[in-house]
Design a protein around this ligand. Structure first.
Ligand code: SF4
Length: 394
C-alpha cells in the first residue's frame, strides 16, 4: 500500500493548494478595526454590479451574510451561481470544496473566488485521493471491488467526487442520501455476493442513513481507517460488510452528545431535539427530528410560537435562527461555544479585500478545478441529479 504524505498544516501556516487544509492567505488585508469596512464592501459591490455574485453559506458570520446576494447550503449555492451566467465573478463565502463545486457547475467564463484560502473543511480533508485509491486497490485484493459502489457526500473535495464518477459511483447530499444509497445498491443487485457501498467521507451520515433508512444493522457497517494497513480490516470483514464507512467526520457536528440531550430535556420540558444527520448515531437516535440545514431552518420557521428547540448544527446558524424567531426558544445543543473554525475564516476584511481586488481588475484566490477532475466529478453529480427527490445539503 502506498504511503500517503499527510503533514499537519495548522490553519494559516504552510501551503497546500490542492487540499482543503489550512494554507496561507496572501494579500494585503484591511485591518479588522477599520471602521469603514461596511462602506468599503458596499462601494466595491456597487462598482462591480452584476459582474459579481456573492454566495453566503448558512454557517457564515452575520457580517458576511449581510453582503450575500443569496444564502443557502453548498449545493443550492453552486446551482444558484450556475443560474447567473452574467456574473463573471462568483465570490463564495463558504469553504474550499463548496467553491470547487461552484466552479464545476458554472461556465468556463465564470471565475470562482474564495475570500480566504485557509477556509477548508476538516471533514473533506479526511479523505485524500491517494488514500481512497489505496482503499480501492485493497478491495480488489479482497476480491470485492466488483461489488462496491463508491458514494461520496457533497462535503468532499472535487477529486474524490471525480473518483466516484470514474468508478461507477455518485454524489449525495444530506437530503437525498437514502435515495442515492438505494440506487447504489440496485447497481450491484445482480453481482455475486451482493452490493456493498463505500461511503465517503462522513461515517456518521453513512451509518445513520444505512441503519435508520435502509434497515441495515450496525454489524453490517465497518469503518475503514485510512491510517491503518488495509483500513484496519481483514479481508473477511470486508467480504461480510454491506456498508464500508470511511473514517471521517465533521468536527462541529461530531461534538454533540447524548448527555447534553438528557440534560436539556430535564431542564426545558417539551423541548424538541433537532439535529443534522452528520451527528453521531447515538445522538441522532435520541433526537426528535433529523435533517439537512434547510430542513432545520424550515422546521423552526413552521413551528408555532412558544415552541422550544435544541439544535445540533453550526452555531452561526443557530444564533441567526434564535434572532429571527424571538417568539420561540432556541438553544444550542452543546454547552460550549463551537463555530466551524474554517467557515469563520471568511470575515469582512477578507471579503472587502476580495471585492476591492476585483474592482482593481485582480482576481485573488481563484478556485479552479482541472478539466479531467471536473469532467468526472460532473459525471458523479449528474448521476445524483437524475435521481428523484430533494438535493438539499449540509
Ligand atoms: S461544519 Fe463540518 S462539514 Fe461543514 S465545513 Fe465545517 S467542518 Fe466541514
Amino acid at each position: 500500500m502506498t504511503t500517503v504524505d499527510l503533514p499537519l498544516l495548522p490553519l494559516g501556516r504552510g501551503t497546500d493548494l490542492s487540499s482543503e487544509r489550512g494554507v496561507e492567505c496572501p494579500g494585503d488585508l484591511p485591518p479588522a478595526s477599520d471602521p469603514d469596512l461596511v462602506a468599503r464592501a458596499l462601494a466595491a459591490k456597487e462598482k462591480l454590479g452584476d459582474r459579481v455574485f456573492v454566495l453566503g453559506h448558512h454557517y457564515q458570520r452575520d457580517e458576511v451574510i449581510a453582503f450575500a446576494d443569496v444564502t443557502g447550503d453548498s449545493f443550492k449555492l453552486a446551482r444558484d451561481a450556475a443560474a447567473r451566467p452574467e456574473a463573471e465573478f462568483i465570490v463564495f463565502c463558504g469553504v474550499h470544496f463548496m467553491a470547487e463545486s461552484a466552479d464545476i457547475l458554472t461556465s468556463a467564463d465564470q471565475q470562482v473566488v474564495l475570500p480566504d484560502l485557509a477556509a477548508g473543511c476538516s471533514m473533506a480533508d479526511m479523505a485524500r485521493l491517494q488514500q481512497v485509491e489505496d482503499c480501492w486497490d485493497a478491495f480488489a485484493e479482497a476480491g470485492i471491488q466488483d461489488q462496491v459502489v463508491p458514494v461520496t457526500y457533497m462535503n468532499s473535495s472535487a477529486d474524490i467526487k471525480a473518483f466516484c464518477g470514474r468508478n461507477g459511483g455518485v454524489v449525495c447530499t444530506s437530503s437525498n442520501a437514502q435515495t442515492v444509497l438505494e440506487w447504489a445498491v440496485d447497481q450491484k443487485a445482480d453481482v455475486e455476493g451482493g452490493a456493498k457501498i463505500l461511503f465517503l467521507p462522513d461515517q456518521h451520515l453513512g451509518r445513520n442513513t444505512a441503519v435508520l433508512k435502509l434497515g441495515y444493522s450496525l454489524d453490517d457497517c465497518v469503518v475503514w481507517n485510512p491510517h491503518r494497513p488495509n483500513g484496519g480490516l481483514t479481508a473477511e470483514q470486508l467480504r461480510e460488510a454491506k456498508m464500508i464507512l470511511w473514517q471521517g467526520h465533521c468536527s462541529v457536528h461530531g461534538r454533540f452528545s447524548p448527555d447534553t440531550i438528557a440534560e436539556l430535556r430535564a431542564e426545558i420540558p417539551g423541548i424538541q431535539i433537532l439535529v443534522h444527520p452528520e451527528c453521531r448515531h447515538e445522538v441522532v437516535t435520541q433526537a426528535d427530528l433529523v435533517g439537512s440545514t434547510e430542513f432545520i431552518i424550515k422546521t423552526v420557521a413552521d413551528a408555532p410560537a412558544g415552541a422550544a428547540f435544541a439544535i445540533g448544527t453550526e452555531l452561526n446558524l443557530v444564533k441567526r435562527l434564535a434572532d429571527r424567531h424571538p417568539d420561540k426558544r432556541i438553544v444550542f445543543l452543546d454547552r460550549t461555544v463551537c463555530f466551524c473554525s474554517t467557515m469563520n475564516r471568511i470575515d469582512l476584511p477578507h471579503l472587502v479585500w476580495a471585492l476591492e481586488s476585483l474592482v482593481d481588475g485582480v482576481v485573488v484566490n481563484r478556485i479552479e478545478v482541472d478539466p479531467d477532475t471536473e469532467h468526472y466529478a460532473k459525471v458523479a453529480l449528474e448521476r445524483m441529479l437524475e435521481l428523484p427527490g430533494k438535493t438539499q445539503n449540509d
